[in-house]
Design a protein around this ligand. Sequence first.
Ligand code: RP5
Length: 160
Amino acid sequence: MVQVAIIMGSQSDWPTMREAADILDALGVGYEAKIVSAHRTPDRLWDFGKGAVDAGLKVIIAGAGGAAHLPGMVASKTRVPVIGVPVQTKALSGVDSLYSIVQMPKGYPVATMAIGAAGAANAGLMAAAILANGDAALAARLDKWRADLSASIPEVPSDE
Ligand code: RP5
């Protein structure tokens, strides 16, 4: 049973959301990836949200762009924690997505990441960190991933 779902509003979000998937792959965390659009497939969204607890999901990563209602609507249907990723848009650079996701009303939180690829990668890391609280082996892999990143940063800048 996978514990993480990566959902997104459109196929066009996948190049961004794949950053989350790549992190989960690197850390050995299983996930399912699905297109679930708040506007184009509302029944799919409802069914997904209603079934999330019974499906054994522990974290949902939800990415969307523009009028990005997917993360908030999923959060309204399930108590499984939702991490929102504002996908960068052409028209408004993803500020529209960020504002659509971050300003949730009291009672239905979405943990909102940065706009774009960095936000998606951080969503993968955040999901892994949540699961690592109850999984010592994953915690060790995440600690190593973080230490490796830290060790890869040179102390002195170069001209390349
Ligand atoms: C949103 O509309 C999706 O999350 C996507 O970011 C955006 C554009 O979708 P497409 O027109 O590319 O399918 O619902």
